[in-house]
Design a protein around this ligand. Structure first.
Ligand SMILES: NC(=O)c1ccc[n+]([C@@H]2O[C@H](COP(=O)([O-])OP(=O)(O)OC[C@H]3O[C@@H](n4cnc5c(N)ncnc54)[C@H](OP(=O)(O)O)[C@@H]3O)[C@@H](O)[C@H]2O)c1
Length: 238
């Protein structure tokens, strides 16, 4: 890669967004496609993935697999040439206080948020100039009551990011840590009329604002092992 870093470099590059059928992933896939990337979106539900792909553009591909299914992930990558950039936004989260959340549900949340991206990383095929971008969450370093599995898994994802950056070089590995983001996941967890978060920006992020930072991680050829907060200023609050 040469010249001034920017999203123009994405033109004709191959982008995979695992979790690209909804929320932050869909916004990331759409923004990459806007800059000329050849985009694939993946999720478990094939109809949802197909609908998302069609909404992005006629040449957007889609695939359906469960990222915690090792064999399915291995086959997916074995059947395709290496991607230039892979983004993993996928997760299915259930939260409740430790004494109330059934252990199976807690384990499934941790598996989805941590082992899913781990398995994608294990089998991913990337070009040498490429990148992998993971997503943690503000809960990694600002945990709240009732969020144990997702907070622990998010912290684990941030540690994994740094390990992978060391292991995968020259492929770059970074992580974006959002605060609250207005997506189907958030609406399901908090309801449509939840109060605005008490952060300096006084609102949840739009998915496009997180997508922008994810693409910035992918586009910056000197960025690896970085964890980037995009949380409306949460760190300034008490
Ligand atoms: N929204 C927030 O406020 C917020 C805040 C902090 C961090 N985050 C993090 O940001 C990421 C994206 O969140 P979001 O709000 O955009 O979620 P979302 O709208 O619920 O989208 C999740 C996506 O992941 C896919 N998915 C879930 N489990 C999967 C699996 N096992 N294998 C493959 N695909 C799977 C879903 O499709 P299928 O259901 O079809 O599989 C969907 O495309 C998550 O890691 C979340 O923890 C979100």
């Amino acid at each position: 890669m040469s010249g001034t870093p920017g999203f123009a470099a994405f033109a004709s590059q191959r982008f995979l967004v695992v979790g690209g059928s909804s929320g932050i992933g869909l916004a990331t896939a759409r923004l990459a496609a806007t800059h000329g990337a050849k985009v694939s979106v993946a999720g478990r539900n094939p109809d949802r993935a197909a609908e998302a792909a069609a909404s992005i553009g006629a040449d957007t591909e889609y695939a359906a697999f469960d990222m915690i299914d090792e064999a399915a992930v291995e086959v997916f990558f074995a059947e395709r040439s290496p991607f230039d950039h892979i983004v993993v936004t996928a997760a299915a989260i259930r939260s409740a206080p430790v004494r109330e959340l059934p252990l199976d549900t807690a384990r499934a949340t941790f598996a989805s948020k941590f082992w899913g991206p781990y398995i994608v990383a294990r089998f991913a095929r990337l070009t040498d100039a490429g990148s992998l971008t993971l997503v943690s969450g503000a809960a990694a370093r600002r945990p709240r009551a009732g969020r144990a599995p997702v907070a622990a898994a998010s912290a684990a994802i941030e540690a994994l990011t740094r390990v992978l950056a060391a292991e995968f070089a020259p492929v770059r590995v970074n992580c974006v840590a959002p605060g609250l983001v207005d997506t189907p996941m958030l609406r399901a967890a908090r309801g449509a009329n939840a109060p605005a978060p008490q952060v300096p920006m006084a609102r949840a992020a739009r998915p496009e604002e997180i997508a922008f930072q994810i693409l910035a991680c992918a586009a910056n050829p000197y960025m690896t092992g970085s964890i980037v907060d995009v949380d409306g200023g949460l760190a300034t609050t008490g």
